[in-house]
Design a protein around this ligand. Structure first.
Ligand code: DLL
Length: 437
């Protein structure tokens, strides 16, 4: 056993039988809780002819209906609440900024279990109360900052609630306060590494030992680069707003996938087209059931993340099932600098601003930071060869995009008929980041 530090060893290293016993117990209670309190899901169960009594073990979960993002939109904002609003103490929301965002609710008990999951991740990365944990995920509605912040408190680290951005200040605090653990998106970690080098620091000059990076896909290559530039061990962490936030799963010292906190979240892999549950080791869409969340208790939520689960024995001693790095998504959502971007949002802005729907989105990575360029075709009437006029229009459109997306893309107005047409499905997005190697 390589590493012997756990936040909750009795759960994290429990036998398979024990975990199944916990799940059997929790699922019965949770289905009853949801059926009694969430009218939206009760209807879905009734339509499928499933009653709470039909769910006696965790295996019976297959009988339950799925929930999708469309359900969340339809039920927005209170339709999936599992408890009286007066018992809720917090909301968080997804990083997308358009129309109806996902709003997740938390009771105090929900916050506790979420922070516990994040604490497990921090301890798995070697965190103890002697550590200085610099959290530079965004704070606010996004779950990254609040989740890791809570976890860091539980472990007893000295917590630096930096939020994202202002890299100069991040570096100053990191150096002055001798941060030992860095929490942020992998792209920001890479940027911080680069900025440290630009400021004349060598990797051994900082006090960091570990980083906990997630919220967006990243390759093993990027991991190695970050590890080298910061002189640390880099750990992956996964989660989504719908299930709490970060900490649904996390990497241990083996760095070969993320242990899912199975006592709180039950994972399934399904065929995204048929909904059939696939056996261990198959690639498919990841589905989560919250086993004990009170306020936002989603059952069989389809994440759209494509993934593989494995129960291979882990050298860290943890027994919880592992998920691989998500390999892509079954929908068209892009994650750019940790922010969810839908091509449909871009299209909406273009049409609202009077442009043609002929456009192409090019996502790339320059200097370890995601870039997003949008080529927008002008109609012959809009076309002008006055450079200053075109530049002013590009700027205006960039502003409108920034308001909609929450991040600023670069807009290029291109001549009529210059964006390639397709006879089949239009290729709107060119993702050059080659993330899924
Ligand atoms: O990104 C929660 C989070 C915060 C996770 C901080 C890790 C660290 P959302 O904004 O709701 O929540 O986005 C969730 O992000 O369905 C995945 O597609 C993607 N994602 C999250 N973590 C990873 C990861 C947060 N480690 C969506 N690798 C998910 C790849 C990830 N994709």
């Amino acid at each position: 056993m390589e590493e012997q530090h756990y936040y909750q060893p009795e759960i994290e290293t429990a036998s398979r039988e024990k975990i199944v016993e916990i799940q059997n117990e929790k699922i019965k209670k949770q289905v009853k809780h949801v059926y009694e309190n969430v009218e939206y899901y009760r209807k879905l169960m009734d339509e499928k002819g499933v009653k709470p009594e039909d769910i006696q073990t965790i295996d019976d979960i297959k009988k339950l209906p799925f929930l999708t993002k469309a359900d969340l939109r339809e039920a927005y904002p209170y339709g999936l609440l599992g408890t009286d609003l007066k018992n809720c103490v917090r909301i968080q929301s997804t990083s997308g900024t358009t129309g109806k965002r996902v709003v997740a609710f938390y009771t105090q008990a929900d916050i506790e279990l979420w922070e516990e999951c994040c604490a497990r991740a921090i301890v798995a990365a070697g965190g103890t109360k002697d550590d200085v944990c610099q959290v530079c995920y965004g704070y606010g509605l996004f779950t990254g900052g609040p989740g890791l912040n809570g976890g860091s408190h539980k472990v007893g680290c000295l917590t630096l609630p930096m939020s994202s951005g202002n890299t100069e200040r991040q570096i100053q605090f990191m150096m002055d306060l001798k941060s030992t653990i860095l929490c942020c998106t992998p792209s920001y970690a890479a940027y911080i590494g680069e900025s440290l080098a630009d400021a004349g620091y060598k990797p051994e000059d900082n006090h960091l030992k570990a980083g906990i990076f997630g919220a967006e896909p990243w390759t093993e290559e990027m991991r190695r680069n970050i590890e080298k530039s910061l002189g640390i061990k880099a750990y992956d962490i996964y989660g989504l707003t719908e299930t709490s936030g970060p900490g649904v799963s996390f990497e241990c010292s083996e760095q070969t996938g993320m242990h899912i906190n199975e006592d709180h979240f039950y994972a399934e892999i399904i065929d995204p087209d048929t909904g059939e549950v696939l056996p261990e080791g198959s690639k498919g869409e990841l589905v989560f059931t919250s086993l004990d969340k009170e306020a936002f208790p989603l059952l069989r939520y389809r994440t759209r993340d494509i993934c593989v689960l494995t129960r291979k024995k882990c050298s860290c001693g943890r027994t919880h099932v592992k998920m691989c790095k998500p390999m892509g998504r079954s929908d068209d959502m892009l994650i750019v600098r940790g922010v969810n971007v839908f091509p449909s949002q871009i299209e909406t802005v273009l049409l609202n601003e009077g442009y043609t729907p002929n456009y192409q989105i090019i996502v790339d990575r320059a200097n370890n930071t995601d870039t997003i360029d949008i080529n927008v075709e002008l109609s012959p009437e809009q076309f002008s060869d006055k450079v200053s006029e075109t530049q002013a229009k590009e700027k205006a459109l960039e502003g409108a995009m920034r308001t909609m997306l929450g991040i600023g893309p670069k807009v290029h107005l291109v001549p009529p008929k210059s964006v390639v047409r397709s006879e089949g499905k239009a290729v709107r997005v060119i993702d050059k980041r080659k993330l899924h190697d």
